[in-house]
Design a protein around this ligand. Structure first.
Ligand code: SF4
Ligand code: SF4
Length: 202
């Protein structure tokens, strides 16, 4: 018997077209569902097609947030509702957004009291680094209590993925990612290669 329901008929046609059986049946079913949705998209009513309801609802939502935040900022000036945060726009780059305490930022090498690096050139950070961006040249330390020191410590920030493994693995707390600096953009890759002196400066 001929199916009189046009939607049902369309569905049967699509099922036949996509043949939702056999290999890759699932993919064909997904494709069928998408086509079904597209072919059954609801027509806009006359009132909806003027777009007035959508425009009014957009203006209402924007105004609601604007006046809510404006009122909170005014109340904060008078010392009221200080614990209720109001939306703030950070004027980046003049005023950078405050970083979370645990943020991983550009590396630095920590120093001993005499200004020498705490690093004992154990090579743990170089070994663990997944980006292979640390290169250490170890040398004998004149102090017999310290076995080695880094004659050179190269860190290529152009390759670093900021995973923090080097900091985690260091047994001497000699490398940290707490400078608060994230803006490491340079005009050349060479300038992104930091040596020991540069890593100890900041
Ligand atoms: S943060 Fe990760 S990728 Fe960067 S130097 Fe340390 S270990 Fe290597
Ligand atoms: S893990 Fe620490 S002590 Fe060892 S080489 Fe790296 S920075 Fe130096």
């Amino acid at each position: 018997m001929e199916n009189s329901n046009p939607n049902q008929q369309r569905r049967l046609e699509l099922e036949k077209y996509f043949d939702a059986r056999g290999p890759f049946a699932y993919l064909r079913l997904v494709q069928m569902k998408r086509a079904w949705k597209q072919s059954n998209r609801r027509e806009l009513t006359w009132w909806e097609s003027t777009y007035i309801p959508s425009v009014v609802s957009g203006i209402w939502l924007t105004s609601k947030h604007f006046f809510h935040n404006l009122s909170l900022h005014i109340l904060h000036v008078f010392g009221l509702f200080k614990d209720v945060p109001a939306a703030v726009t950070f004027q980046y780059p003049e005023k950078p957004r405050p970083l979370a305490l645990r943020s991983r930022t550009r590396h630095r090498l920590t120093k001993r009291e005499d200004g020498s690096p705490r690093c004992v050139a154990c090579m743990m950070c170089e070994t663990v680094c997944p980006a292979r961006c640390i290169e250490i040249t170890a040398a004998e330390h004149p102090d017999p209590n310290i076995e080695k020191y880094p004659a050179e410590f190269i860190l290529d920030l152009g390759k670093c993925v900021y995973c923090g493994f080097c900091v985690e693995v260091c047994p001497e707390d000699a490398i940290r990612m707490d400078t608060g600096k994230l803006n490491i953009a340079e005009y050349s890759r060479e300038n992104m290669i930091y040596d020991k002196k540069r890593l100890m400066e900041e």
